[in-house]
Design a protein around this ligand. Structure first.
Ligand SMILES: Nc1nc2c([nH]c(=O)n2[C@H]2C[C@H](O)[C@@H](COP(=O)(O)OP(=O)(O)OP(=O)(O)O)O2)c(=O)[nH]1
Length: 173
């Protein structure tokens, strides 16, 4: 699947075979009782947006360890088991490149608590605030909720989605 817009500049989707991210980050999509635990992001990339808790990988940790650490740091909760829901690759026109591993979970311990980085917000699955989220989320969250593994390439100019390709979408298991 791909959008049809023209791609300005030197980047196009899918990305070149030798594309490699400068940075890696995790995202945790936690669902409980048909509600999704999201954050209002208070600093960093995507400030002001609603998204899943997560952040950049630190040296020596796996992506899943990164996901669990960020959940603890941003919301003070301990994750139960996580499954890898998909991998998104982001290329920004200004040069930033980022690979994000998205984990899906349905259990955690502790009370989601506001921190300097994020405040917790719950939304019913049928009323997710896509107008306040990154534009790609509206495309891959429904796949994740159908239990379909996905891999996508997303080309952004600042916060605007210019073009994308879903390189892989698995059927429901
Ligand atoms: N849902 C969604 N999340 C995204 C997109 N792009 C993107 O970077 N993210 C996430 C991945 C990371 O969790 C987060 C960016 O990392 P960050 O700036 O929060 O990293 P960090 O916590 O290590 O940074 P810091 O402010 O603590 O220094 O934003 C997107 O298009 N959709």
């Amino acid at each position: 699947m791909s959008s049809t817009s023209n791609t300005p500049g030197k980047f196009s989707v899918p990305f070149e075979d030798n594309w490699a991210p400068e940075q890696r980050a995790s995202l945790v999509m936690m669902v409980r009782n048909d509600n999704m635990l999201l954050i209002h992001k208070k600093r960093g990339l995507g400030i002001g947006k609603i998204l899943g808790p997560g952040g950049r990988q630190e040296p020596g940790e796996s992506m899943e360890q990164c996901a669990k650490r960020e959940l603890k740091e941003e919301l003070c909760i301990d994750s139960g088991p996580l499954r890898l829901a998909g991998v998104n690759r982001f290329q920004f026109a200004d040069g930033l490149s980022l690979e994000v591993h998205i984990y899906f979970g349905e259990s955690f311990e502790g009370m989601p608590t506001e921190t300097a980085e994020a405040s917790p917000v719950w939304y019913p699955l049928g009323q997710l605030p896509y107008d306040k989220m990154w534009p790609d989320d509206e495309i891959w969250i429904p796949l994740m909720l159908q239990n379909r593994y996905f891999e996508g390439d997303w080309l952004f100019d600042h916060e605007s989605l210019i073009d994308f390709t879903l390189r892989r979408v698995d059927e429901t298991a």
